[in-house]
Design a protein around this ligand. Structure first.
Ligand code: FES
Ligand SMILES: [Fe+2]
Length: 362
């Protein structure tokens, strides 16, 4: 069968099921893009550290005496034991295996009996550092030392977000909602990035928050920018009169490949970040924030409502898709691309799938 060249077919199933593609993605895509590390408020004090895993690598971020935050591979330069786990605060980094000790700058400081080593120069040993950037109060990392800065990947996104979330530097996480999905990370990310499925699957979102007929998603570099008009905001279950600009709007910034910032009416920031665990498993984190991390009934209610509605509805969709991708009977259908864009168009999925292909197939 020859295809009309005007049609854009969805990605073949193997991209979502083949463990070799998953491995290749770790090597290239996940290790060469900006990934969500942690919130900077977890690193407020000198010596504070947080571990996280990206592209199958254990990493840790730590604040030095010079106040600088550095990110290192979580591996001792002696015989490769892991250095730290979880989060905490320390004066120096001590390896649990033979007690080699590192400064917060990653420099080797001491180790039992090292003076027995003639010709060994301690200053030649340092933990391996990873590129990192602060963005809206979050720490992002990129395992590629030559990666372009985030502002080049996501033009305009930082300034827009700072405008939409004017109190961003005072926000702290209130809730981390962890969601495990039995599907490939790309199934989850694609589902997040189109609203062609919204009106039949997300009644609360479609009738309570946004006006689906105005929903649109457009690329802005490697950012997918979601914009929409909102429903009658008088019916909102919380007070949106924050006094800030954009308080009557909803918007989202998806930063390829695995992070999204959403701003709800009232300038309420919430985030998504994905971690690819296996070819058929992804963990999604929903973050909710308040000024200074103070408790807030409204935000807690929003987190609960979102988990019970949109998130729950999406889990069923993406897990069914993953089962379908394993079917011998699946032939990828055309993406529904409407030249006028809009909510019933999958042009955003076309962009995503281009980036997915580009990363794996070169
Ligand atoms: S492996 Fe870390 S001190 Fe030996
Ligand atoms: Fe959805």
């Amino acid at each position: 069968m020859t295809d009309d060249p005007r049609l854009v077919r969805s990605l073949e199933a193997r991209y979502y099921t083949d463990h070799r593609i998953f491995e290749a993605e770790r090597e290239t895509l996940l290790a060469g893009t900006w990934q969500f590390g942690c919130h900077l408020s977890d690193l407020a004090e000198v010596g504070a550290y947080v571990t996280f895993e990206i592209a199958g690598e254990s990493l840790f971020a730590i604040r030095g005496r010079d106040e600088k935050i550095r990110v290192f591979y979580n591996v001792c330069q002696h015989r490769a034991h892991q250095l730290v786990s979880g989060s905490g605060n320390t004066r120096v980094v001590v390896c649990p295996y033979h007690a080699w000790t590192y400064e917060l700058t990653g420099q080797l400081r001491a180790g039992p009996n090292l003076k027995a080593l003639e010709g060994f120069d301690r200053s030649s040993v340092c933990l391996t550092e990873v590129r990192s950037e602060a963005f809206l109060g979050f720490l992002f990392v990129n395992l590629d030392p030559d990666a372009a800065p985030m502002d080049e990947w996501f033009p305009g996104a930082r300034a827009e977000l700072e405008d939409w979330v004017p109190n961003w530097d005072r926000l702290k996480p209130l809730e981390w909602v962890e969601i495990s999905e039995n599907c490939n990370w790309k199934v989850s990310v694609e589902n997040y990035s189109e609203c062609y499925h919204c009106s039949i699957n997300h009644p609360t979102f479609s009738t309570g928050v946004v006006r689906p007929e105005t929903y649109d998603i457009q690329p802005q570099g490697y950012c997918l920018r979601h914009t929409t008009e909102c429903q009658n905001l008088d019916a909102m279950t919380y007070d949106i009169n924050s006094g800030f600009a954009h308080s009557h709007e909803y918007s989202s910034w998806f930063l390829w490949p695995m992070t999204s910032f959403q701003v709800y009416p009232g300038n309420v920031l919430n985030t998504y970040h994905w971690r690819a665990a296996a070819p058929d498993r992804v963990v999604v984190w929903r973050g909710w924030y308040t000024v200074d991390g103070t408790d807030d009934e409204t935000i807690r209610r929003l987190a609960v409502q979102d988990r019970a509605t949109t998130v729950e509805e999406d889990i069923h969709l993406v897990e069914s898709v993953q089962r379908g991708l394993n079917s011998r009977g699946y032939r990828p259908g055309p993406l529904v691309i409407d030249p006028r864009s809009g909510v019933n168009s999958e042009h955003s999925v076309m962009h995503l799938q281009r980036w997915m292909r580009e990363a794996v197939d070169g």
